[in-house]
Unconditional design. Structure first.
Length: 474
């Protein structure tokens, strides 16, 4: 009796175990339930379906889908292979677009039933009224805008802006640009706020030149020698650079190093070791090649008196960092500021790089002009294999302009006149030639006693002592 009660309770309608549909009952073998059916009391009950069979027909279901009546009274659709269920009616898409196709109204149950009810009311009203003869029909499909308007009454939408491209080429260019911008932003975040990133290294020339590009150089954790090597390889793209080290007759700074690019001397540095001399020479070269980067100025707290004076001499040329090498205003500005003129700097450059025996040739050739008042000259300056030619109104102007042009030929990597002043200005050059040394206080060196000198002193003292003793005896 207890077993029959348990079984009758287990298979009562509406329980959790009786939620399976008729399809599942047919799939299970009858042998498992034969004894159970004999013991329990089975009663037939009438089930009412509130939905319209016409609106939920299974004639146009996709392959593998079946319509089954749920205990809730609504139809449920199940895929027999995957056992995937859905209360909305599935449909076959075919060759239509997934994101932009007309939505069948019959596959949206709530909207379909709502429109059917409105259509039925309008039809009944039209049949009873004699003045109207139209009948409203339920639409078969909905556009994406109509479906959004219906769903917006229940759901909340947010607008998302996106870009549309006319071709795949423009889309790839945009994505490539976004990736590079994001990498640069991440690089800026990873590096500290100090000036350790220099990304405005730009070569001078035509804007249409493909080599006229920008380079990003990370300065964090690198020595001046490493930064100089990276700048020469990536920006200047020249391999002819060397560090020339010489020994000096000094106890404090016995080594002198000079950076040579394409046969022209640039930065000079001294130090107690060869490594320190190379570091100072690389820093001085970077100050000449990149005068706008403040990272190459060393900390004043760790500088000596001579180094501070040297940096002050470098900072006084900042006003000339805005003038290009061939600027026509340079001779006038140099005369007003008592700085070295381009011609004086050129003579010093020839003496420093080619020796005192090298000759600087300057030829002036008068040009023929249509008027008698206007006279023009062609000035040609040359030293060894380098030469430059300019057009000028008088010989004085031509000598200065020719010197500027020849300095640019000798220094193709220098773009601003301030860098040339750091190299060949009389004040800076004389300071480096006669660099003051810090003299240490002289201390008497320790030596061994001079025995011969001590014997002579002893003998002289004895001779002086003998007459004094004789006088005392008398």
């Amino acid at each position: 009796m207890n077993e029959t009660a348990k079984l009758s309770k287990k298979f009562t309608p509406g329980s959790d175990s009786n939620m399976d549909d008729e399809y599942d009952m047919q799939q299970q073998p009858m042998t498992e339930y034969s004894e159970t059916i004999l013991k329990q009391e089975y009663k037939e009950e009438a089930v009412t379906r509130p939905y319209d069979e016409k609106s939920c027909s299974n004639n146009d279901l996709p392959k593998g889908w079946e319509k089954i009546d749920h205990d809730s009274g609504m139809p449920i659709y199940m895929n027999t292979e995957t056992r995937v269920c859905s209360f909305s009616k599935p449909y076959f898409l075919g060759t239509n677009s997934l994101k932009n196709h007309e939505i069948p109204v019959a596959n949206v149950p709530c909207l379909n039933q709502k429109l059917n009810n409105e259509t039925q009311i309008d039809t009944n009203f039209a049949s009873t009224s004699s003045s109207t003869s139209f009948s409203k029909k339920c639409p078969l499909t909905l556009s994406h805008a109509e479906y959004r308007n219906y769903c917006s009454k229940i759901f909340k939408f947010r607008n998302i802006k996106f870009y549309k491209f006319k071709s795949w080429v423009k889309r790839r260019e945009y994505l490539r640009k976004q990736k590079t911008d994001s990498k640069i932003k991440d690089l800026h975040k990873s590096i500290s706020d100090s000036t350790t990133l220099y990304s405005i290294v730009k070569k001078e020339g035509n804007a249409l030149n493909p080599e006229d590009t920008q380079y990003v150089i990370n300065l964090e954790g690198k020595s001046y020698v490493g930064i100089l090597h990276e700048y020469i390889q990536s920006v200047l793209k020249t391999a002819s650079h060397t560090f020339v080290v010489k020994e000096l007759e000094q106890s404090k700074y016995p080594y002198l190093c000079t950076v040579v690019l394409d046969g022209i001397q640039y930065g000079v540095g001294t130090g107690p070791t060869k490594k320190q001399a190379k570091v100072d020479a690389a820093r001085a070269t970077l100050q000449i090649l990149l005068p706008t980067v403040k990272h190459f100025q060393t900390d004043s707290s760790s500088q000596t008196k001579n180094e501070i004076q040297e940096n002050n001499n470098f900072e006084q040329y900042e006003i000339f960092d805005k003038l290009t090498v061939k600027d026509t205003r340079i001779p006038q500005i140099c005369a007003q500021s008592t700085e070295s003129t381009p011609y004086e700097m050129l003579k010093l450059c020839v003496k420093k790089n080619f020796g005192e025996g090298s000759n600087l040739l300057c030829e002036m050739e008068q040009m023929q002009s249509g008027s008698d008042t206007d006279n023009y000259y062609r000035c040609t300056m040359a030293v060894e294999k380098y030469s430059a030619t300019v057009i000028c109104k008088d010989k004085l102007e031509g000598r200065q302009k020719g010197a500027q042009a020849l300095l640019k030929v000798l220094h193709p990597h220098v773009h601003y006149f301030g860098s040339l002043l750091r190299l060949y200005s009389h004040q800076h050059y004389e300071y480096n030639e006669n660099k003051p040394n810090e003299h240490k206080p002289k201390t008497r060196p320790y030596r061994n006693p001079d025995i011969k000198l001590l014997k002579k002193l002893r003998k002289a003292m004895l001779q002086l002592e003998s007459p004094t003793n004789d006088r005392k005896k008398m």
